[in-house]
Design a protein around this ligand. Structure first.
Ligand code: C2E
Ligand code: MG
Ligand code: MG
Length: 734
C-alpha cells in the first residue's frame, strides 16, 4: 500500500508578494497604474468589510455576554423597544411566564402576547373584565416606575417593576414573590386570628400599626379608634414603654402593666414584645396576657395568708409584723407598748347550745366592738378561736393599759342579739407590757398569754398583768415536759399501790395504782404536778399505757382475790386505741379482767360522746370493772350515773375530809351511800385519814375505804407484806 502523504494546501498569494523582484513601481505603464488604483479601492472595501464584520462579531459577542449576565440573575428581566416589542429577555423571565413563553419572539409586541395570554386564561385576575384589565396593564406599562403585583394561573404572585430606558424603550423586572406572600398570609392569620390580644406598633410606641380581633375584644375600642392611640395612652400609670432601653426581657416579663380599657376599667397585663420589620420599618409586636384575675387571686391569697377568714382581722403573722414595727418605733421613745390578750369566757357553751353559726356571728360582733373601742393606730388580731389580741401603742404607764382593759370588758359584756337570742358573754384579759415583760413580739405575746391563763383560772371576768413568777412557772412546766419525755422512755415512772379496804371484813380488796416519778434531781414528784403537763402535751398516752402494763404485771403476782385499780385520763379515750391497750396489758400479764378496775372521772362524760360510751361498754364487756373517781366534784354527777352502769363510785376526798365538821358534807356522803346501795354499786370513800371519819362512814353503811389511815401508796415490793399484816385482822396496816 502506498504511503499516505498529506496534501499540500494551496495558499492564496497576496498582491505584494506576486511582484517580481527588481521590478519598481515607477516603471509600471498607465494601464498598470489604473489597475493598481482599482486594486487599491477593492482592498479598501475588503478592509472596511472586514472591519464591519469584526464590529458585528464584537456586538454579537457583547450581546451574548449581556444575555449570559442577565440569565444568571434571580429576577426575570425583559427589554422592550420604544414600540413595546421584545428585544431581550432572560431565562428567569421565560420561566416565570412559562405558559406564555412560546409567544416570546424577537420583535413581537408585548401587548399582543398579553392579549393572547388573557384569551388563554393565563391571567386569572382578568377573568370577566378582560379588555379593562388589558387596558390597565398597558397603562401601567407606559407609566413606569410603579410596582404592582400580578397573579398567574398557577397561583404564583409576580411583582412587576418597569422603567423607561434612555432610548425610549422599557426595561422590566419580574420577581416571584409567591413564598413571601404565603408567609405574609400565614403571619396575618397568626396575628388576626390569634386568641391572644396583639398589637403591632411603631418602635417608639407612638403609632399603633395594627391590632388583632382579640385585642379589640379585650380593650373594647373600635378598630379605627384603637389605631389612632399610642401605647403610652393605653398605659394607666407608666410613662415608660415596656421595652424601654436597658430592660431585659426577663425583667419585662416579671412585671405587669396597668392598661385602661375603653370603658375606663383597668387591666393588669404581662406584655411580651418582639421587634420585627414591618414593610421596611422596624416595629414592635406585642402579645398581651391578661393577669387581672391572677393578680386578684394573688392578692386574695396574700390577704388570706395574713388575715383571719372569719373576722377579716389580721392573724398572728401580720400582728407580729405590726408589733415589730411598733416596738422598733418605741425603742427610740419613752412610750410603752401593751399587749392585751382577750379570751372569751364560756364561748364553747354558746357554740354548743346555739350552734356554730351563732358562735361565728358572735365572734364577728366582738371583733367589731373591739375595733370601735380602739384607736386607729392600735392593732387588733384574732389568734385563736376565742382569743383576740390588742396591741396598744404610745402609752406611758400600765394604768393606761388597765383603763383600756376595763373599757373593753364593759363593751364586750353588753348583750348581743344573735338570730333572735340575747347572748351575754364575759371575757378575761391578760396584759404584758414592753419592755419589762418582753423585748420582742414573740416574748410579749407569750407573757400576755400567761397572764390570760391566770386571769381565766383565778379571776375570770377581769384582767391580770403578767408577773415574772408566771413565767417561772411556765418555764418549770416546760422543763417537766422535757424530763417527762425521758422518764417515760426510760420507764422511770412506776406505780405505787394504795390499798382499798372492805369496811365489813377489814380485808384489803385491792390496790389503786398511783404513778410515782423519782426525778434524778428533784426527788419524788407528785402526779398533781406532772399529770396536767402530760395531758397538755399528749404524753399522757404513753404514760397511761406504761402504767396499765406495769399494774397488770404486778397484780398478776398478787393473790387471786386482790384487784388493781388504774386511773385513766379522758385524753386516753380520744387516742382511739384504749381497748387494744387494755386487752394487750391483760393478755401479756395473764391477769383475769375481773381483777382490773379502771377509774374514770366525770370530765370524761362531759362531752357525752357516743364513742366514749361505746369504749366504756366494750371494756366492761371484757369483764373489767369501771369506777367513777372523785364523785361529787363535777357539774352534774347524778346525771352521769344514768349514762353508764358503773361498778363503783368513789366519794371524793373533799367530802370525807369535812365529815367531822360539816353537816352538809355528812348529808351528801349519806345520800351518795344510799344512792349506791339503791343502784347496787360499791361505794368507796377516798382520803380517809382519821378513825372518826372511818366510824362515821361505817355508820352510814359505806362499803369500802381508802386513805392514809390504812396506808399511803407503797411500792409493789411492800404489797405482799401489807396483805399479810391486814389479813391478821387489823385495819392499821399502815
Ligand atoms: P386519785 O385517783 O383520786 O388518787 C387518789 C389521790 O389521793 C392520790 O394522790 C392519793 O395519794 C391521795 N390520797 C389517798 N389517801 C389520802 C389521804 O388520806 N389523804 C390525802 N391527803 N390524800 C390521799 P396522788 O397519788 O397524788 O394522785 C393524785 C391524782 O393523780 C389521782 O387522784 C389521779 O387523778 C392522778 N393520777 C395518779 N396516778 C395516775 C395515773 O397513773 N394515771 C392517771 N391518768 N392519773 C393518775
Ligand atoms: Mg383514782
Ligand atoms: Mg380520787
Amino acid at each position: 500500500m502506498p504511503a499516505i502523504r498529506p496534501k499540500k494546501i494551496k495558499q492564496p498569494k497576496r498582491a505584494a508578494e506576486s511582484r517580481r523582484p527588481g521590478q519598481s513601481a515607477k516603471a509600471v505603464p498607465k494601464l498598470a497604474s489604473d489597475s493598481r488604483r482599482a486594486a487599491g479601492a477593492i482592498g479598501e472595501m475588503v478592509r472596511r468589510r472586514a472591519e464591519a464584520e469584526a464590529a458585528i462579531a464584537e456586538a454579537r459577542k457583547s450581546h451574548e455576554r449581556l444575555r449570559e449576565a442577565i440569565d444568571i440573575l434571580p429576577q426575570g428581566i425583559v427589554f422592550l423597544d420604544a414600540d413595546g416589542r421584545y428585544i431581550l429577555w432572560n431565562k428567569k423571565y421565560a420561566e416565570i411566564y412559562k405558559r406564555s413563553s412560546d409567544l416570546f419572539e424577537h420583535g413581537a409586541r408585548l401587548q399582543d402576547t398579553i392579549r393572547i395570554g388573557v384569551e388563554r386564561g393565563d391571567y386569572p385576575e382578568a377573568k370577566g373584565r378582560e379588555e379593562e384589565w388589558i387596558a390597565e396593564r398597558l397603562k401601567k406599562l407606559y407609566q413606569p416606575g410603579e410596582r404592582h403585583e400580578q397573579t398567574l394561573a398557577d397561583g404564583r404572585v409576580i411583582l412587576i417593576e418597569e422603567r423607561l430606558t434612555s432610548d425610549g424603550g422599557i426595561v422590566g423586572l419580574r420577581v416571584d414573590i409567591t413564598e413571601l406572600k404565603q408567609r405574609e398570609a400565614s403571619f396575618r392569620l397568626l396575628f388576626d386570628g390569634n386568641p391572644v390580644p396583639m398589637i403591632l406598633c411603631a418602635l417608639d410606641g407612638e403609632r399603633i400599626l395594627g391590632v388583632n380581633d382579640a385585642a379589640i375584644a379585650h380593650y373594647g375600642y373600635v378598630r379605627a379608634d384603637f389605631e389612632r392611640l399610642t401605647i403610652k395612652s393605653l398605659q394607666a400609670f407608666d410613662t415608660e414603654l415596656p421595652w424601654a432601653a436597658g430592660r431585659s426581657s426577663d425583667e419585662q416579663a416579671a412585671r405587669t402593666w396597668k392598661h385602661v380599657r375603653a370603658d375606663g376599667t383597668l387591666i393588669d397585663l404581662a406584655i411580651y414584645s418582639r421587634q420585627l420589620m414591618y414593610g421596611n420599618q422596624p416595629a414592635m409586636m406585642l402579645a398581651l396576657m391578661d393577669m387581672t384575675e391572677r393578680k386578684r387571686a394573688e392578692a386574695r391569697l396574700a390577704f388570706m395568708a395574713q388575715h383571719d377568714g372569719l373576722t377579716g382581722l389580721p392573724n398572728r403573722n401580720l400582728l407580729r409584723q405590726r408589733m415589730d414595727e411598733m416596738l422598733l418605733h418605741t425603742r427610740r421613745s419613752l412610750d410603752k407598748v401593751a399587749v392585751l390578750m382577750l379570751g372569751l369566757d364560756s364561748f364553747k357553751a354558746v357554740n354548743d347550745t346555739l350552734g356554730h353559726g351563732v358562735g361565728d356571728k358572735l365572734l364577728r360582733h366582738v371583733a367589731k366592738r373591739l375595733r370601735s373601742t380602739l384607736r386607729e393606730d392600735d392593732a387588733l388580731a384574732r389568734l385563736n378561736s376565742d382569743e383576740f389580741t390588742i396591741v396598744q401603742c404610745g402609752i406611758a404607764r400600765p394604768e393606761d393599759a388597765a383603763l383600756l382593759a376595763k373599757r373593753i370588758l364593759e363593751v364586750i359584756g353588753e348583750p348581743y342579739l344573735l338570730d333572735g337570742h340575747s347572748v351575754t358573754i364575759g371575757a378575761s384579759i391578760g396584759i404584758a407590757m414592753s419592755p419589762g415583760d418582753g423585748e420582742d413580739s414573740e416574748k410579749l405575746l407569750k407573757s400576755a398569754d400567761m397572764a390570760l391563763s391566770r386571769a381565766k383560772s383565778e379571776f375570770r371576768g377581769t384582767f391580770s398583768f403578767f408577773e415574772a413568777e408566771m413565767d417561772a412557772r411556765a418555764q418549770s412546766r416546760r422543763k417537766i415536759e422535757v424530763d417527762l419525755r425521758d422518764a417515760i422512755h426510760n420507764e422511770d415512772l412506776r406505780p405505787y399501790y394504795q390499798p382499798l379496804v372492805d369496811l365489813t371484813s377489814g380485808h384489803i380488796t385491792g390496790f389503786e395504782a398511783l404513778v410515782r416519778w423519782l426525778h434524778p434531781e428533784r426527788g419524788m414528784i407528785s402526779p398533781g404536778e406532772f399529770i396536767p403537763v402530760a395531758e397538755e402535751t399528749g404524753l399522757i398516752n404513753p404514760l397511761g399505757g406504761l402504767m396499765l402494763r406495769c399494774a397488770c404485771l404486778d397484780a398478776a403476782q398478787w393473790p387471786d382475790d386482790v384487784r388493781v385499780a388504774v386511773n385513766l385520763s379522758p385524753l386516753q379515750f380520744r387516742a382511739g386505741n384504749l381497748l387494744t391497750l387494755v386487752t394487750d396489758a391483760l393478755k401479756q400479764s395473764g391477769l383475769p379482767p375481773r381483777r382490773l378496775e379502771l377509774e374514770i372521772t366525770e370530765t370524761l362524760l362531759l362531752e357525752k360522746s357516743s364513742k366514749v360510751l361505746a369504749t366504756l361498754h366494750a371494756l366492761r364487756a371484757l369483764g373489767v370493772h369501771i369506777s367513777m373517781d372523785d364523785f361529787g366534784t363535777g357539774y352534774s354527777s347524778l346525771s352521769y350515773l344514768r349514762s353508764f352502769p358503773f361498778d363503783k363510785i368513789k366519794i371524793d376526798r373533799s367530802f370525807v375530809r369535812d365529815l367531822g365538821s360539816n353537816r352538809d358534807a355528812q348529808a351528801i356522803v349519806r345520800s351518795i351511800i344510799s344512792l349506791g346501795i339503791g343502784l347496787g354499786v360499791t361505794i368507796t370513800a377516798e382520803g380517809v385519814e382519821t378513825e372518826a371519819e372511818l366510824s362515821c362512814l361505817r355508820t352510814e353503811g359505806c362499803h369500802e375505804a381508802q386513805g392514809f389511815l390504812f396506808s399511803r401508796a407503797r411500792p409493789n415490793a411492800d404489797v405482799v407484806s401489807l396483805l399479810r399484816a391486814q389479813r391478821g385482822g387489823a385495819a392499821d396496816a399502815a
